[in-house]
Structures are given as C-alpha cells and as structure tokens.
Design a protein around this ligand. Structure first.
Ligand code: SF4
Length: 454
C-alpha cells in the first residue's frame, strides 16, 4: 500500500509555524525578522512508523518546497492541518486526494475539540481526522483495518526529508557556523494547571510522556550523523523531570554527542546545577513561560509564585554560561485587568529585557481547552480559525473587552518598538505614564473572574 504524507503550503503574506502553540500553529507576518522553519515532525514520525511496518511512503513538505512534484498515484493521503489555516488546509487535503486518486484521506491535526474535528472531516471529506497521539496506530488508520502498533516508540528518521530547508535564527544568529538545524521531542504532555488556556495539554495530554532515554540518545546521534548542528526541542516543559534532564545531559557529554540545542521550560524546573549541566551538553537557549509579570495574575493562572529576583538571578547565571533566555508572556490572561497587563510591561522594563529576550502573545481560546468552552458558553467570541493566530485579539475575557485586549496588544507592540529603537529612559517613562493612565481609566464594573481549575 502506498501512502503519501503531505505538509501543505500556505498562501503568501504570512508565515505559519505549525508546531507552535501545542501544534495548533501560530501565524506571524512576513515582516517578523526571525527565521523559524521546523520540519513537520509528526508527519515525519508517522512516515517512519509506516515504513517500519512495510508501507511504501512518499513524504512532501510543500511549505518549504512548494514546487515539489506529487506522485502520480497513491492509495492513501495524509495531510496536516493547523488552526489559523483550517479553511486552506481542508481545501488542500481534498485536492490532494482527488489529484492522487487516493481511496483514503486522513487529516493529521493537534486540534482537540470534537465539534471542530467534525467540521474538519465534513469540509475536507477526510475518512479520519486524527491527532499526534494516534501516530502509533498509523498502519490501522491507513489501511482502515485493525493492525498491530509498533512494540516501542519509533523516533522520526530525518533522512526522509531535506534537512537543508529548516532554520531557527535565534540560535544560528548566536552561532552562524552552526550549520543545519532540526526539531525534536524529548517528551510529550504537560500536567500543569495553566492548561485552562494553554493548548499543549489539550493536544498532547496531561500525562508527561518522556521518550525512552536510549531511543532519544540514538535519535540525537543520528541527527549529528546527518551533519545537523542544532536541535530545537519542542517539548512543552523540557526539564519537567529535572533528574532525567540531568541524566540526558550527562549522557550527551559522556557519549560525545556534540549538538547545540534550545528548549522551553518553566522557571521552577531549573536550578544552577541543572543549568550548568545543560550548558555543558550544548544548551544555547531556553524559553521560559512566565505568562505574566504581575504576581497576582501569575499565581491565579499558573499557580507559580513570581519571584522577580529569582528570574533576574537565573537569567544572569544562564547568560554567563552562554545560554540565552527568552521569557514568554501572554496578554489578556483569564482574570487579568488592564492594570495586570501594564504591570507585566513594567516588569519587562524593570528586568531590563531586550526585545530578543521576551515574547508577547495574545490570549487565544484554543478549541479543546476549558477556556475555549467558557468563551463559547458565555458568547465571548465567534470561532474564526483564521483569526486564531496566537497574536491577534479575538475574544473578550471575564475581565477585559475585545477592544481592551487589542489596545493592550498595541501598547505591548509600542513598547517593543521603543526598546528596539533603544530610546532613552525618559521616552520609556513617558510610555509607561500613558500605559498607567489607560489602566486607571478602566470601567468600574466587571463580571466575576473565571475560576481556574487545578
Ligand atoms: S507549563 Fe507551559 S506548556 Fe504546561 S500547561 Fe503551563 S503554559 Fe502550557
């Protein structure tokens, strides 16, 4: 049986990062200066599983090679789908099936809401819409009959793709001699309560599922053997199991695996000892989900206690080891007021973060999260996939109107532009005054806050 696996291209004018936001995908403007293009890891893993089970496969990444020729025929088509390009991806999937004369069409997506999955199935004409957690059942999905799953986790085989097509400029800008870059997963799933709004637990599950250490080490060795110099780990919380992370780093050093790498984790899953091991094993950058710079908002949304001094200290320690840190904030978290958001902007200024050291995304009710259900039930937004870019205001919350979130996003962009232009302290002070005036001008009455479930 022949299976063609396709990562569809997207219309020009914007860049889609399919693996971001738990695999739901982020859409950024072409003007964004970062060059971030990852291989379609889940599709690649599925192709590797199918090949191991005796299927003939063709894998095409039309996002990076839009002119790549499709095979003449194929029995089955598997096509990926992301939230911001849902309409486009449904149409592409249907067109691939017809063009290849396939008898089965499967759509692979991280979206975890049954009503949205039903809509995708109806619009694409797919036989099955499935998620990354079902990749082990690839043979059954493709054949339409019950077939055994592989006995153990199978890592994606990057020799099936053209590794020269992928990039991650935050790391290669630090080390232009790094060469090729790929992405990988050392684990899946995240158990933290910020899953109220965060799409990772919805897409990957709330159970932490580490890739077996020996399998992961073999995967890293095979990456290095392909001449790839850098790896971006796409785990929701890379160092959730700190002891395992330390062991991974020790083994990488002991076995001479020379790769530069980047990951994302939480501040409370790092300490100086682990950071030292990570640096020795090649870590060059860590993204930290801080969410809010306002202690009250942070405690309500993530059950973490924000410690400004700890953040400043750990950043200084990591920087001294050659590890860059980027702090991730979300504008408009559930329960946030105007003042909470302005406190976050003040926090960024007080920490002295440069523009490459923080990212501001916009609260988005991702289907499959409890926040999405609340937003639908309370009539806060109309579900329009093309507006769910991760950066556009598209829903009100219990405490902020859509206009207020949009204004807060604009103020954040203004702050970023001023910091980028390296304006003097007086200009930053004037901007902060404007922000504070806006915060104090908030309407007096608000609906009660959303309860954040553990
Ligand atoms: S720790 Fe990070 S990945 Fe996990 S639920 Fe919270 S925000 Fe999402």
């Amino acid at each position: 049986m022949h299976v063609t696996l396709i990562n569809p291209g997207v219309a020009s004018g914007a860049r889609l990062m399919r693996s971001y936001s738990g695999g739901y995908g982020d859409l950024v403007e072409e003007t964004d200066t970062d060059q971030i293009v990852f291989p379609p890891l889940e599709l690649l893993r599925m192709a590797t599983v199918l090949r191991a089970q005796g299927f003939e496969i063709a894998l095409l990444d039309l996002q990076v090679k839009p002119d790549q020729a499709l095979p003449d025929r194929s029995d089955v088509v598997v096509s990926t789908l992301s939230m911001p390009t849902l309409d486009e991806d449904c149409a592409s999937a249907a067109a691939f099936k017809s063009r290849l004369g396939a008898t089965r069409l499967l759509v692979l997506t991280s979206i975890a809401d049954q009503a949205v999955l039903d809509e995708i199935q109806a619009r694409s004409g797919a036989d099955t819409v499935f998620g990354p957690r079902q990749i082990e059942q690839a043979a059954s999905l493709c054949s339409g009959t019950e077939m055994p799953a592989p006995a153990a986790y199978i890592a994606p085989d990057r020799s099936l793709i053209d590794n020269t097509c992928y990039s991650f400029s935050p790391m290669t800008d630090m080390d232009p001699g790094l060469g090729l870059v790929t992405a990988a997963n050392a684990s899946y799933g995240c158990p933290y309560p910020c899953g109220y709004y965060c799409p990772y637990p919805a897409a990957e599950g709330t159970k932490f599922r580490p890739v077996p250490l020996e399998t992961l080490l073999d995967e890293l060795k095979s990456i290095a053997a392909l001449g790839i110099g850098g790896v971006v780990f796409r785990d929701p919380t890379f160092s959730l199991d700190m002891a395992r992370t330390a062991e991974l780093c020790d083994r990488m050093v002991a076995e001479g695996i020379r790769l530069a790498w980047w990951c994302e984790t939480r501040l409370d899953r790092l300490d100086q000892e682990l950071l030292t091991k990570m640096a020795e094993a090649g870590c060059r950058g860590i993204e930290i989900g801080v969410e809010s710079g306002d202690p009250q908002s942070q405690a309500a949304n993530t059950r973490k206690k924000l410690d400004l001094q700890r953040l400043v200290d750990i950043r200084a320690f990591a920087n001294a080891l050659g590890i860059k840190m980027q702090f991730l904030f979300i504008v408009g978290l559930p329960g946030d007021t105007r003042q909470n958001i302005i406190n976050t902007y003040r926090f960024i200024i007080d920490c002295g973060l440069g523009t490459s050291e923080f990212n501001l995304s916009t609260i988005t009710p991702y289907p499959g999260t409890p926040f999405y259900q609340d937003a639908l039930d309370r009539g806060w937004f109309e579900f329009k996939p093309s507006r769910m870019t991760g950066y556009q205001a598209n829903s009100r919350t219990d405490t902020l109107s859509l206009d207020e979130i949009a204004t807060a996003v604009d103020l954040g962009e203004t702050l970023r532009a001023r910091l980028d232009a390296q304006v003097d302290a007086a200009e930053i002070g004037a901007l902060l005054e404007r922000m504070e005036a806006w915060a104090k001008d908030a309407p007096a009455s608000r609906m009660p806050a959303v309860r954040v479930e553990a």
